[in-house]
Design a protein around this ligand. Sequence first.
Ligand SMILES: [Zn+2]
Length: 295
Amino acid sequence: MFQTTIAREVSCSGVGLHTGVNVALLLKAALPDQGVRFIRTDIVGRDNVVPALAMNVATTQLGTNLCNTDGVSVATVEHLLAACAGAGIDNLTVELDGPEAPILDGSSSPFSRLLSLAGSDIQTVTRRVLKIVRPVEVRDGVKWVRLSPCSEARFRVEIDFKTRAIGRQSVDFTMTPGAFERDVAFARTFGFLETVEALRSRGLARGGSMDNAIVIDGDQVLNPAGLQCPDEFVRHKLLDVIGDLFLAGGPIEGFYEGFQPGHDLNNRLLRAIFSDPSTFVWRTATEGVASSRTS
Ligand SMILES: [Zn+2]
């Protein structure tokens, strides 16, 4: 019902998946209606605040990367944002001293634990919810994503990979308190050995290792400890969807379906919604429709 921030500051540090740069992260409470904002403390002389909003998504190669109008960017924000969505956080200041959020173990669990340690502070302002009132769909070849009207925050994600390590997997999920932390947060990002090598040669994936990603070679999972569950891959795709949709600027009331979804399609879906005011209304959590306000 009410907007929520964290009760006390918490911090962590680790390398960025793509930059390989060690970054310290400090999570602080934020005022109502402020949303989630990243602050690059290593940047001086430019606007170092990067709001976590769909319109600030600059690139979606290998992760969701934000950039403000002054060219200040923060990469790979989706796993932290998914944890915020799961914990029901509306307002948060994320200070970091480098260009990319730490990858930690490649999942959202470390961020979820951090938010749990921080505790929640329920604020006095009512939460606003993005209610989908007409279906919106975005396609790219065989890949597609869609949001349609629904009284809950529901998700259905399906993936289909040639490798027998993954194959065809699907997951159904409804966002309720505790569900994200139990069923989704643990799922780690994954990559293919040949892609990792190609990325390395382009100066990317510098922080990547089997400590923070599931690595697949042919039909084999290379990580000695294997998977945490057979459908860990599709659960990670769901985790990414939840992080990407958090950039709407408020929880979404609707049914998300995706076949082979990715950061690009998820962002295009939000932009398609915001570009057509007939597809959504902002409503306050306690009552009817609030004044329409674009994100
Ligand atoms: Zn991911």
